[in-house]
Ligand binder design. Structure first.
Ligand SMILES: [Zn+2]
Length: 286
């Protein structure tokens, strides 16, 4: 028993070192609020900024701080997720409850999304993603954001895929194109996928019960994305399996799938840990 405790302690020390190194690559710490260098050390690992008096610790203001997981639990969770484990398997690997794992995976998905060049756009009020964060904490937001349902475009370039929000379109525009311009649309639960649109392989959106799905017109044939877009064929099977997929959380899953698709065969763990250790951009916090 004592031996087991020690091993667990060692695992925690090792995991913490791996995360600290990613948070502070050159070991030089600074204040997360005013960025002043050389904070002084207080008891229990806390630090205080000499310039603005802010008290913080090593992970303050970073994604991994949005969950109460220990460093070892974070690393175990991220490793399992890198191997494409589902929430139940991830919970088991990290030794936490299903709900804790679900929340931690939301943090990890947000952190992954924040790494993208389109992060600012995706954290705009349009998607409702920023409502998942409040005062630097993960919070419960209704599953359906208010306002128009955003539309995403799937763009293939060789083996790579880009999934972009198309700001000028909304779910209503897709319904309009379907009705008046015969844009073919297929449905997967609350998700709609269309035929080719301009340079996109297809447009995709996830609405909720407010969207008049019954108005969709059926046109001959299958939309291109349903038959000819390798990314969509890959994403569709996975989206079917996700539990808790809602209009608000849809972009999180979409961007996760884009990343997994583009990095098939790569070890995702280092990228996941880097994402978790990155500072939360202040623009994402309401
Ligand atoms: Zn400061």
């Amino acid at each position: 028993m004592a031996e087991e405790t020690q091993t667990r302690g060692e695992a925690e020390t090792k995991a913490r070192a791996a995360l600290l190194w990613r948070c502070w690559p050159d070991g030089k710490k600074f204040c997360p609020r005013c960025r002043a260098q050389k904070p002084y050390a207080l008891a229990e690992g806390r630090l205080r900024c000499g310039a603005c008096r802010y008290t913080f610790h090593d992970f303050t203001g970073r994604w991994l701080n949005l969950s109460g997981l220990s460093s070892a639990q974070w690393v175990d969770l991220a490793r399992a997720f890198a191997l494409d484990a589902n929430t139940r398997e991830v919970a088991q690997a990290a030794g936490v409850s299903y709900n804790t794992a679900f929340k931690a995976l939301t943090v990890l998905r947000l952190a992954i999304l924040a790494q993208g060049t389109d992060a600012r756009q995706l954290f705009s009020p349009r998607t409702g993603l920023s409502d998942l964060l409040s005062n630097g904490k993960l919070c419960h937001a209704p599953e359906s954001p208010v306002g128009e349902v955003p539309v995403y475009g799937i763009l293939s370039q060789g083996q790579r895929v880009f999934v972009d929000m198309v700001p000028e379109l909304s779910a209503e525009s897709v319904l309009h194109f379907n009705h008046n311009f015969h844009l073919r649309v297929a449905r997967l639960g609350h998700i709609l996928i269309t035929d080719r649109y301009k340079t996109y392989d297809g447009l995709v959106l996830c609405g909720d019960d407010r969207l008049p799905y019954h108005y969709l017109l059926r046109h001959q044939g299958t939309p291109f994305a349903e038959s000819g877009s390798p990314f969509w064929l890959y994403a569709r099977e996975r989206l079917r399996q996700f539990k808790g997929l809602s209009a608000r959380r849809f972009p999180l899953y979409l961007k996760e799938l884009e990343m997994r698709y583009n990095r098939q065969g790569e070890d995702l763990l280092p990228m996941f840990l880097d994402a978790l250790c990155a500072p939360i951009p202040t623009s994402t916090i309401a």
